[in-house]
Ligand binder design. Structure first.
Ligand code: AMP
Length: 112
């Protein structure tokens, strides 16, 4: 499958991993938009948030457990932002479900 994140999982494309277990992986974004910018992905190839179903949604809960753990380990005690872009109109460029964990600066709302 021609998926950048599947290639990161297989080791075909290098990444700077910060966490990995049986079902998820987290690594630094190659083009950081904040002092801390990590991507958390399921190992299963789920194309986007629009493809989450009762059968595959457990990994999303687990991803948020990992986000809470990583936020502490990475020093984001003042808060952080979690972003999921779903579909081209929302700016999703990689069609493998992922959550951006960003912190270390202030964020405005609403996001553009
Ligand atoms: P999105 O635009 O929401 O689909 O996010 C995709 C993210 O993947 C972007 O922030 C990219 O900078 C990031 N990205 C693309 N290729 C890589 C890579 N090889 N390693 C780490 N991050 C990547």
């Amino acid at each position: 499958m021609d998926c950048i994140f599947c290639k990161i999982l297989s080791g075909e494309i290098p990444s700077k991993k910060v966490y990995e277990d049986e079902t998820v992986c987290a690594f630094y974004d190659v083009d950081p938009q904040a002092p801390v910018h990590v991507l958390i992905i399921p190992k299963e190839h789920i194309p986007s948030a629009a493809a989450i179903t009762p059968e595959n949604s457990a990994v999303v809960a687990h991803i948020f457990e990992v986000i809470a753990k990583l936020s502490k380990e990475l020093g984001l005690t003042e808060g952080f932002r979690v972003v999921n872009n779903c579909g081209d109109i929302a700016g999703q460029t990689v069609k493998h479900l992922h959550f951006h964990l960003m912190g270390g600066r202030e964020f405005t709302w609403p996001a553009g």
